[in-house]
Design a protein around this ligand. Structure first.
Ligand code: MN
Ligand code: ZN
Length: 340
């Protein structure tokens, strides 16, 4: 079968690899139908993702059809349309025992540490497959994964309706966050970014206020918009130099600050800003078995993923797709690689 492999940073190749076989552990064979291109896939391609190992078949937003099941499979059937969980965990370490497999000590993420979804078939455990909503096309169903990332962040933030939420960064991650945050019906949702077009799109999609952090003082404006207190949940989805310090400076006393960045570049922060307010600064990584929750939200029409994908490419033209991403064309939202 064919696969898209990143041989080493900046070298993408279409390779032939053996079609996987089902066994006792990987007991369901899935014919891949679509795989999304995520910012982290682009990072692995360009060698800027510290977690990735090479060579790697990337792709972690993976949907397809079950074409074969092992003899002991109980919950899944041939012909079902599914999305595959990208997290694989040891099940024994401290994090796993605390029901947090997304930060397992031996974490292996499909498409990052082990081969992912840019290939024609995958064999996986039945428990890693979740049934897609009937009405959702494969190309759009890849968006379920980024939505789980947003659900995870809101769960780490213990979001409640009385919260004043600030999301820093109105890109792909920020938009997914907004889609979920507004379901909690919080007191306010402030979107901060340096791009007015993205901020206006956020206002259309449910943000209550915007801050252009290039032309306005982010910390001062965030205080003003929250009656002087500061946001009670601040999510850093920009993850750029200075954004964590800004998030902590803006945050109100006794509130939560969520980090989602993966940069290893040092950044300035001081203890006073954390201790004086007793901030809870929490990382949010991947997602902890959130697929069921997101699929339920889609089935109940509380989350609409139709139209979020802006472009599709045949998976054998992955090079073209990644070159297009590099062009930074403003029309790009989400790109799905399609299989037949
Ligand atoms: Mn993703
Ligand atoms: Zn573990």
């Amino acid at each position: 079968m064919k696969a898209v492999q990143i041989v080493k940073p900046n070298e993408l190749r279409i390779i032939d690899m053996p079609k996987p076989e089902i066994n006792e552990h990987d007991n369901v064979l899935v014919k891949i139908k679509a795989s999304g291109i995520c910012g982290s896939d682009v990072g692995i391609y360009h060698g800027t993702n510290a977690a990735a190992t090479y060579p790697r078949v990337i792709g972690h937003e993976i949907v397809g059809e079950i074409v074969e099941v092992g003899p002991n499979v109980k919950t899944r059937k041939v012909g079902e349309r599914v999305i595959i969980d990208q997290v694989t965990a040891c099940g024994h370490c401290y994090a796993c025992r605390k029901s947090r497999p997304n930060v397992c000590h031996h974490l292996q993420v499909r498409g990052v540490h082990i081969d992912g979804g840019y290939r024609e078939f995958m064999a996986v455990p039945e428990g890693d497959c979740y049934l897609l909503p009937d009405f959702l096309e494969y190309k759009d169903a890849v968006m379920i994964e980024p939505t789980t990332i947003a659900v995870q962040a809101c769960s780490r933030a213990q979001l409640e309706s009385e919260d004043d939420v600030m999301i820093i960064g109105a890109g792909a991650l920020g938009s997914s966050l907004l889609r979920i945050v507004k379901l909690f019906n919080p007191h306010s949702i402030i979107m901060a970014d340096i791009d007015d077009a993205k901020l206006d799109e956020a206002l259309k999609n449910g943000a209550t206020h915007k801050i252009n952090s290039r032309s306005e003082d982010l910390v001062k404006r965030a205080k003003e918009l929250t009656g002087g207190y500061g946001p009670t949940v601040t999510i850093d989805a920009a993850c750029v130099k200075g954004s964590l310090l800004n998030a902590c400076q803006a945050a109100g006393n006794a509130t939560r600050v969520i980090t989602m960045g993966f940069s290893i570049a040092p950044d300035e922060i001081n203890q006073f800003v954390i201790t004086s307010k007793e901030l809870d600064i929490r990382g949010s990584r991947l997602q902890n078995r959130k697929f069921g929750e997101v699929i339920k939200l889609v089935n109940e029409h509380k989350v609409n993923l139709n139209g979020a994908v802006s472009h599709t490419f045949p998976f054998l033209e992955a090079q073209k797709a990644f070159d297009f991403v590099d062009s930074r064309d403003p029309s790009i939202r989400k790109i799905s690689l399609m299989f037949d």
